[in-house]
Design a protein around this ligand. Sequence first.
Ligand code: DX5
Ligand code: ZN
Length: 224
Amino acid sequence: SRPTRIAPSILAADFARLGEEIRNVVDAGADWIHFDVMDNHYVPNLTMGPMICEALRPHTEAPIDVHLMVEPVDAIIPQFAEAGADIITFHPEATRHVDRSLSLIHDYGCRAGLVFNPATPLDYMDYVMDKLDVVLLMSVNPGFGGQKFIPGTLEKLAQARLRIDNWVNRGGQQIALEVDGGVKVDNIAAIRRAGADTFVAGSAIFGHDDYRSIIDAMREEIAK
Ligand code: DX5
Ligand code: ZN
């Protein structure tokens, strides 16, 4: 069966103790650290830049999964790569040259991916499949943590799963299928069945006082 990964979004962590929060959540079983970058332009909120990524890098060996909600995209890619990002994803409509932005991420030695808003068509994948390490489907409109999962995402996940499986069956590289927004213990099994293998969760994990028990509960649901 496919690997599964839990990627806690530190957007919901205690910002005054981020290093400690990351160590705790990785000790509790997190696979990737999801790092939400908002610029008050592409989305109406402002969060963390490359300096915070660099400061957190020594606190964990887990991959740092940088989700860029910024426009434009290219100028910030080298800065995040140099700050220790492992994975960099961006929204295709936020850059003028999608293929070039993906190549730029690879040139800097990181894994690359596209992020699809709830109403963004999956067609952006079509001609860049060979450059994708990750496809991230938003299950909320980006900008804030703690929103409700949009149910239509399940059907879209199934479509993305098909595209990826067809690609892999024809000899293409593996592509992670990640979902972000409103992921909780009570919907993660359905999200898994629809085809996701990587699960971002912010408020569901950091809003709980025992990170291990909530991550274990998510894994139990995924295994069902
Ligand atoms: C939303 C961010 C998400 C967010 C998820 O724009 O991309 O990563 O932190 O938070 P929850 O899990 O609380 O919906
Ligand atoms: Zn995110």
